[in-house]
Ligand binder design. Structure first.
Ligand code: NAD
Ligand code: TDX
Length: 332
């Protein structure tokens, strides 16, 4: 891996991955990113100009993607529309980027025989009951619930079909919920931290008992790098750090960390089709590739993330008022 193309590398997880790759390899990185509302040029500030460049463009535009893929030996595909709530308001960009974008990339990778890693989500498996002893594995059947997760499921199927039918050299990872620096304030943890910092209250959908399996984004980055370096072509790896918490537990940790009363919570209109629980069994990744997460305790990982938002108000402030206004218009 010498020349690495990272789609969506100006977004939350992609930008953290670019930092990780520069620190842990000698690869040169090109970021292809459309710079949607979710992107942040600032997340790439200060990186060495001789090792990173940004190309602004659409992953679904073959005229942009073809020459870029031809000039790189490896591609990591993070670019996506990523927010479930947005996919309920307008699914069209999700179909365009997540499905047509992945198709466009696969065709280019096929023509130029580049190595591809496709970044996906545990949401493709649908949800689990709160008391179900099982967790998701690589063999769990696909059962997506939202337009977002349905388009991610479709993108995974496209990758598998291109591996089997055309011999494309690809791997897939399905990761659980990430937290960390540079996540847009529309998402659960940045939204609640910044609400509290603004003197407001966290906004919980429904009864707050929905469970997510939290992982620090640095641990997602090290997993993707391990798969790129040592993963078997054609394989899928689930990525998770045993971080199951319900949403009420997470906001109480945030309130406690910021010195507020743990009951300062607003319960708001639930998300349509809201998945109840996600949980990842990541034994294959650990046993085959020797991966282990650095953050093994959810609360200390969360403390790290909360402190980042405390220290970076200048970064999130410009998005905050408009994001809250759009939630308020939906009773959320
Ligand atoms: P994000 O929304 O923060 O970033 C997505 C990036 O993709 C943005 O920089 C955006 O500008 C770019 N993008 C969007 N449409 C594009 C297009 N048509 N062409 C080029 N670039 C485009 O998302 P994220 O949370 O960083 O997620 C990254 C990937 O990881 C996604 O594929 C997502 O499905 C997956 N994932 C996310 C999580 C999570 O908890 N956030 C968990 C598992 C998997
Ligand atoms: O204000 C809120 N209140 C609330 O209770 C928001 C924004 C969310 N929630 C709930 C919904 C979920 O149960 O918190 C949980 C997490 O919500 P999100 O941050 O929107 O994440 P989720 O829908 O679980 O999806 C995330 O993880 C999987 C990412 O956005 C996806 O891109 C990834 O695939």
């Amino acid at each position: 891996m010498r020349r690495l193309l990272v789609t969506g590398g100006a977004g939350f997880i992609g930008a953290n991955f670019v930092h990780h790759v520069l620190a842990h390899t000698d690869a040169e990185v090109t970021v292809l990113d459309k710079l949607t509302y979710a992107a942040s040029r600032a997340a790439l500030d200060g990186l060495p100009a001789d090792r990173v460049r940004l190309v602004v463009g659409d992953v679904a535009d073959a005229a942009v993607v073809e020459p870029l893929v031809a000039a790189h030996d490896t591609v990591v595909h993070f670019a996506a529309e990523s927010h479930n709530d947005n996919s309920l308001d307008d699914p069209a960009p999700f179909v365009h980027t997540n499905l047509v974008g992945t198709f466009t990339l696969l065709e280019a990778v096929r023509r130029h025989d580049a190595r591809l890693h496709h970044v996906s989500t545990d949401e493709v498996y649908g949800d689990l009951d709160l008391d179900d002893p099982k967790r998701f594995t690589e063999d769990t059947p696909y059962r997506p619930s939202s337009p977002y997760s349905a388009t991610k499921a479709g993108s995974d199927h496209l990758v598998r079909a291109w591996v089997r039918s055309f011999g494309v050299r690809a791997t897939i990872s399905n990761c659980s919920n990430n937290h960390g620096p540079w996540q847009h304030v529309e998402k659960f943890i940045p939204r609640q931290v910044t609400n509290v910092l603004d003197g407001g209250r966290p906004k919980i959908y429904g009864d707050g008992l929905n469970v997510r399996d939290w992982i620090h984004t640095d641990d997602h980055s090290s997993a993707v790098l391990a798969i790129l370096e040592r993963g078997r072509i054609g394989e899928t790896y689930l990525v998770g750090a045993d971080g199951e918490r319900n949403n009420l537990q997470v906001v109480r940790t945030i309130l406690r960390h910021l010195g507020r009363d743990e009951d300062d919570i607003d319960f708001v209109t639930d998300r349509a089709g809201h998945d109840r629980r996600y949980a990842i069994e990541s034994g294959k990744l650990r046993a085959e590739l020797g991966w282990t997460p650095r953050f093994t305790d959810v609360e200390s990982g969360l403390a790290d993330t909360i402190d980042w938002y405390v220290a970076h108000e200048a970064w999130w402030r410009p998005q905050k008022a408009a994001t809250e206004a759009s939630y308020a218009a939906k009773g959320q």
